[in-house]
Design a binder for this molecule. Structure first.
Ligand code: FAD
Length: 290
């Protein structure tokens, strides 16, 4: 690690030692990471990931549960990579750009398509890695190509699936920027779609600290089967199954272990009562006690 830090110093790349992960996740839980690196651009990202040490990228931490024991490797925080440029209907956006900023700029340029992402608290990198989506649409439908620390991937090479991509499977591949191909559209059409998606989300989504849907809807609606297992409102420590939408776990406590235990309990209970094996949509970083 000392060698790695010396290398960051020699390139003037920003980093923090023993950084607490709590503030980087929407669950607001987690221990410390040995080192968190903040690359400012593609070149710095390449340098920061040219190592044999284990690393993981984070965006807004809205789909991550960090271990209370922290993380032993390097966390690459993309929050300083937020530039974007337009060429006609093509927008190339850096990985750390909040999706909301991308949508706002697209709208100002009368480019539509991403309205369905309204309310997803993601960065570009996180959304593309997870192939974020809702209301039967996914972000991959609007992607021309992705630039990573290692190369360029066209849409097909990204191997997009339901809430997954090659970047989700291959942890060494960090998204640096993404080219979106959007659709020229009237401003009022974009506005009305946005409003419709906002209303739909408000009616179904609970407030509070969460990561959105905890489980995939893989041939069943996870919220429905969790509800049928009688788990709405079930609580472990600070973590509770939402009364409004059973696929949401709301965290009012300080511990990832509460959320983790509740996830395990839900999986066991749903399997025992309905023989359905729920699969997590959220990602775990660090070690958890079983
Ligand atoms: C209130 C709420 C509502 C939500 N609604 C939805 C929804 O409707 N649809 C939906 O799909 N999701 C939803 N989510 C979940 C979450 O917002 C998405 O999964 C989002 O895409 C995660 O983006 P992020 O920037 O927060 O990524 P993070 O949570 O930081 O990371 C998620 C994954 O992406 C990886 N990653 C992050 N950045 C990069 C990068 N640059 N290169 C490679 N890998 C990277 C991480 O290692 C991790 O595996 C919701 C979450 C909340 C809290």
């Amino acid at each position: 690690m000392n060698e790695y830090i010396a290398m960051l110093n020699s390139y003037g790349i920003e980093y923090k030692i023993n950084e607490c992960l709590k503030k980087y996740s929407t669950y607001k839980t987690g221990g410390d990471t040995k080192i968190m690196v903040f690359p400012k651009n593609h070149n710095e990202l390449k340098i920061a990931t040219a190592t044999n040490l284990e690393y993981v990228a984070i965006g807004n931490g809205s789909n991550i549960l960090f271990s209370d024991y922290g993380y032993d490797g390097i966390v690459i925080n993309t929050k300083n990579m937020v530039k974007m440029r337009f060429t006609g209907s093509l927008i190339v956006a850096e990985c750390g750009l909040p999706l909301s900023k991308l949508r706002e700029s697209a709208e100002l340029n009368c480019l539509g398509g991403l309205e369905f992402t309204e309310g997803i608290p993601a960065t570009v990198g996180g959304a593309v890695c997870m192939n974020a989506g809702c209301f039967s649409k996914s972000i991959s439908e609007y992607i021309a190509y992705v630039i990573t620390n290692n190369g360029i991937f066209n849409n097909e090479q990204c191997e997009f699936g339901y809430r997954t991509s090659i970047f989700d499977k291959n942890k060494g591949e960090i998204i640096s920027s993404v080219a979106f191909m959007l659709k020229p559209s009237e401003l009022d059409v974009i506005e009305s779609k946005k409003e419709r998606f906002k209303k739909l989300r408000k009616s179904s989504q609970p407030l509070g600290k969460s990561c959105g849907s905890v489980f995939l809807n893989d041939g069943y609606f996870a919220g429905k089967v969790i509800d049928q297992a009688g788990l709405k409102g079930y609580t472990i420590g600070g973590a509770t199954v939402s009364e409004k939408h059973a696929n949401f776990i709301i965290n009012n406590g300080q511990k990832s272990s509460d959320v983790y235990k509740l996830i395990k309990l839900i999986k066991d209970r749903v399997y025992n009562t309905q023989k359905i094996k729920l699969k997590e949509e959220l990602r775990f970083i660090g070690k958890f006690d079983d």
